[in-house]
Design a binder for this molecule. Sequence first.
Ligand SMILES: NC(=O)c1ccc[n+]([C@@H]2O[C@H](COP(=O)([O-])OP(=O)(O)OC[C@H]3O[C@@H](n4cnc5c(N)ncnc54)[C@H](OP(=O)(O)O)[C@@H]3O)[C@@H](O)[C@H]2O)c1
Length: 345
Amino acid sequence: MYRKTYNVAVVGANGAVGEEILTVLAEIDFPLDKLIPLASSKSVGKEVEYNGEMFSIIELTHDVFSDYKVDIALFSAGGSVSAEFAPSAVKAGAVVIDNTSHFRMDKNTPLVVPEVNPQDIKKWRETGIIANPNCSTIQMVQTLKPLDEAYDLVRVDVATYQATSGAGKTAMEELVNQMQAFFAFTLSDAEHKVFNQQIALNVIPQIDLFTENAYTKEEMKMVNETVKIMHKDVHLSATCVRVPTLRGHAEALTLTFDSEVDANEAREILAKAPNLVIVDNPEEELYPMPATCVDKNETFVGRIRNDIYSGNILHLFIVADNLRVGAATNAVRIAQKWVELEENI
Ligand SMILES: NC(=O)c1ccc[n+]([C@@H]2O[C@H](COP(=O)([O-])OP(=O)(O)OC[C@H]3O[C@@H](n4cnc5c(N)ncnc54)[C@H](OP(=O)(O)O)[C@@H]3O)[C@@H](O)[C@H]2O)c1
């Protein structure tokens, strides 16, 4: 199908998202010529696996992108790393697909979820960068888009249940260490570094820092990114909560539409939408859960029901693997679309 193969750099290749990017690239048989796995100097000497082969980590430098003639650079090593090194990748002629929040709200940088606004990828030449949205935003807008087309979305109220892997590998380790401390009767002495509170046997209604309006940065990302991706002034209120799971973000959505919505019809619409899977059978106690979404590239939708009081309101519960749908899979799908665009497929 593709005419060319591409040199692909993965920045943060041995991180939680970076490792997942390598897996997804191999799974979908991406037209890859050379893989250039990059991380900091402290990871040089370590290896990562791609398609059954081991690759040595190369140190991220400003020159590495021109040295290896990189065509596509997938960044997931933190906002400050993207701020410093993405311009060097662009200067070397690569397209940057950035998983961090650094460029997301830049007005000249497209922010893309391929199922929702693939056409925005065409603007990539303005900065050379395409931004990947926040993990909680991606699975939500995938679900909102088909319902907005059918019923005209007015407002979203969302509460999230976000896994520890959303804060990286060390955050997952912190949960595991605290659970081990619990079984050793030492939980009260266990340290917390990544999270500002104990995460084991707890939920924390704060993700990222608070802003002046009493919402957190994570909550405001969902507000601002949704408007940018959907090209629509959707009103949105979010409460983002960290829960003691390892992988898979869940979200309880309350959606208000401009017209009447029927839960059965909405279920049929969602079932036909790309990369959504309906798991919704109360009689058999079937619904989406983090434990059943791990390693999957789809967003799972269930608990679809009408509001008790208003015909214009629908409630549902969605779950997706935050490291895949919320990061790696979306980034690789953007790369695929970019290749298709470049090759006029
Ligand atoms: N986890 C998620 O669900 C998720 C979803 C969407 C977006 N993101 C974003 O993706 C980024 C990475 O997240 P993660 O969860 O993968 O974190 P992580 O597990 O902590 O991994 C961080 C990666 O970045 C590399 N890195 C850190 N500082 C570096 C530097 N100065 N130079 C070169 N490489 C450096 C690390 O390599 P070393 O070990 O060598 O430092 C490691 O490979 C973050 O910006 C995060 O906000 C994460």
